[in-house]
Design a protein around this ligand. Structure first.
Ligand code: CMC
Length: 450
């Protein structure tokens, strides 16, 4: 930054004589002092630290920005995922989500996200083989799962058990070693479905089905979930394909709440199991990955199409939210929701139609025409239709966020891995505007009154 006024103030120094920078910049006038500052603009941003030079005197800390929820703050540079929320565009490493949804599979997409390009046939084969070799979990993790209450939420079991993996793979704390990092990424992608399936089976009181390395990633997951004791069990190929597609769509979404948790916790240089546990916890919330569960509960509560007007009235009165609608970034139809809506019909041909679909379709129709939603640019997001599909496939609603966490693991890891190589990476540590009292003297208990 350069100071461009010529005022004779304590802040006047060599910078006052600097010529305005040749690169893009913005000039800020501080009306408290009358000084002007040139702030360089790089990639459409200004560096927040530049603002610290804007002070009323030398004792002043300098200007900060106030941005609760990071609505307008870039926390990192990233080449993993691109979103244009106004146009409804989503790309992983430059590839449009529509093309990946049609032509890729989940493990290939995971490779793409983590390593930055599409794998060769040999690389993909080796990757798939490596992942399938790491699907088993230590028996003590199984015992750990046994210790949960019968009605424990599977997402919380997942959060706890993935963190517990840190105690089994102690070398994971050496995050400066790329080979060690790679191995933990493989383990995490491989074991998340096993942990999730075991959590599900625990909630049913059914014995666990162990992973089968001969099956595909998704086929193995469906088998661990649904095969009770049938040696000839084969998941329905349409459902396997549908889950593969859903996994691709959920694989990454740039700097959302859980990815921010992954990066923020990971910035302390803790091992990736602990960071993934934190990210999974963030995803569990009803405003994030828990929204698909909340959508189903909402649809069930509405119950029938004729109850929709009363429900919409309460949403518009601010009494509640239309779950599965709205997005911090998308101010247009979420491209993932579009693909899922189309896919739903294929799934329903196999499973039978989900009776809540009519309510969802009618809600969407009304919302897309209603001034309240139109003015606020609220469109269906990824969670609006995914829950209907999961439910038709036989998943209980408590499994929905788990079905989000498994595929998002590769996105979290891609972002975490990218962070390791970023020279600008520092421990996450925001500032605050302190609103508490000034210094006060301690009052002994007996002098405090009642
Ligand atoms: N229903 C009703 N009103 C809404 C909704 C909704 N779903 N979403 C936003 N609004 C209103 C909100 O009340 C506010 O209105 P006003 O300006 O009059 O106060 C305005 O729209 C802006 O909302 P906001 O809360 O400032 O927006 P945000 O960017 O902070 O929140 C969101 C984004 C996703 C948390 C929010 O839209 C929401 O709560 N949606 C429902 C939950 C949901 O579906 N979450 C899944 C998100 S997609 C999957 C993922 O990435 O996790």
């Amino acid at each position: 930054m350069s100071l461009v006024t010529k005022e004779n103030t304590p802040m006047s120094d060599s910078r006052t004589k600097e010529a305005p920078p040749t690169q893009d910049h913005v000039t800020v006038t501080d009306h408290r002092t009358g000084r002007e500052y040139d702030l360089p603009i790089t990639d459409g941003t200004i560096n927040a630290l530049e603002l610290r030079q804007i002070k009323v005197n030398e004792d002043d800390f300098g200007l900060m920005t106030y941005d609760p929820g990071f609505s307008n703050t870039a926390s990192c540079r990233s080449s993993v995922t691109f979103i244009d929320g106004e146009k409804g565009i989503l790309r992983y490493r430059g590839y449009p989500i529509e093309q990946l949804a049609e032509q890729s599979n989940y493990l290939e997409t995971a490779w793409l996200l983590i390593f930055g390009r599409l794998p060769t046939a040999t690389e993909l084969q080796e990757w798939e083989a490596e992942i399938s070799r790491h699907t088993l979990i230590h028996e003590n993790v199984r015992h750990f799962i046994n210790a949960f209450r019968y009605d424990a939420h599977p997402m919380v079991m997942l959060i706890s058990t993935v963190a517990s993996l840190s105690t089994f793979y102690k070398e994971a704390s050496d995050i400066s070693n790329p080979e060690i990092r790679r191995l933990q990424m493989i383990r995490l992608i491989a074991k998340m479905p096993t942990l999730a399936a075991f959590a599900y089976r625990h909630s049913l009181g059914h014995r666990y089905t162990y992973p089968n390395n001969q099956l595909s990633y998704i086929g193995n997951f469906l088998t661990m979930l649904f095969n009770l004791n049938d040696r000839d069990f084969r998941p329905d190929p349409v459902l396997e394909q549908a889950l593969n597609l859903l996994f691709i769509l959920h694989a990454d979404h740039e700097q959302n709440c859980s990815t921010n948790a992954m990066r923020s916790v990971g910035s302390s240089r803790v091992d990736p199991y602990c960071s993934i546990a934190a990210a999974t916890a963030a995803l569990y919330g009803p405003l994030h990955g828990g929204a698909n569960e909340a959508v189903l509960r909402m649809l069930a509560e509405i119950g029938s199409v004729d109850k929709i007007p009363a429900f919409m009235k309460s949403v518009k009165a601010g009494e509640r939210r239309l779950m599965g609608f709205g997005h911090r970034v998308y101010k247009n139809y979420d491209p993932r929701a579009k693909i899922i809506k189309e896919m739903a019909h294929q799934v329903f041909r196999v499973t039978g139609k989900n009776e809540l679909l009519d309510i969802a379709l009618e809600l969407e129709k009304i919302a897309l025409q209603d001034e309240y939603f139109v003015d606020r640019k609220l469109y269906p997001n990824v969670d609006f239709y995914s829950g209907l599909i999961y439910q038709a496939m036989g998943f209980p609603t408590t499994m929905f966020p788990v079905l989000f966490a498994i595929p998002r693991t590769c996105g979290w890891l891609a972002q975490w891995e990218e962070m390791q190589g970023d020279p600008a990476n520092r421990i996450s540590r925001p500032r605050q505007i302190y609103t508490g009292s000034d210094e006060v003297d301690y009052v002994p208990l007996e002098q405090r009154g009642s």
